[in-house]
Design a protein around this ligand. Structure first.
Ligand code: RB5
Length: 147
């Protein structure tokens, strides 16, 4: 899979952990994040990751900040993005199965390395369930279109 990942200064270590995990598994990773010693406001990075997901041929995006919350809010301002903050694997699985989330968010100050990897793996193993969940995702798109 081709995956885009990005982070602010609250998730530099987490970005490296997840990026290396993906590379070890043979995936292609586009890294839009910042490195040690750098700083960026999470709305700027969230917008960049979200636009990348919509404009490029990637399977999904990963957006990371200190909590995962700020960057997810920023990502979700872009039409067509469904960004889900997940701090445990069950939500990650459901974010894909039920919400067809196209950006997975996590907090570098919230989840540990091993838990973050489990969250990512669970999301990647899951598939969108469609059916009634498609109807609900379409209702979200309706809200976007009218606001
Ligand atoms: C940056 O210090 C921090 O506010 C940010 O990473 C994030 O936690 C915001 O939601």
């Amino acid at each position: 899979m081709k995956v885009v990942i990005g982070n602010d200064h609250g998730a530099i270590h987490l970005k490296e952990i997840l990026k290396n995990h993906l590379l070890d598994k043979g995936h292609e990773v586009i890294d839009l994040g910042i490195k040690e010693g750098e700083s960026v406001d999470y709305p700027i990075k969230g917008k960049e990751i979200a636009e990348y997901v919509l404009k490029h041929d990637v399977a999904f995006g990963i957006a990371l900040c200190g909590t995962g919350i700020g960057i997810s809010i920023a990502c979700n301002k872009i039409k067509g993005i469904r960004a889900a903050v997940c701090s445990e694997p069950f939500s990650a699985k459901k974010a894909k199965e039920h919400n067809n989330a196209n950006i997975l968010c996590m907090g570098g100050r919230v989840v540990g390395d091993e838990l973050a990897i489990m969250i990512l793996d669970e999301y990647m193993k899951a598939s969108f369930a469609g059916g009634r969940h498609q109807r609900r995702v379409d209702l979200i798109s309706d809200i976007e279109a009218k606001n």
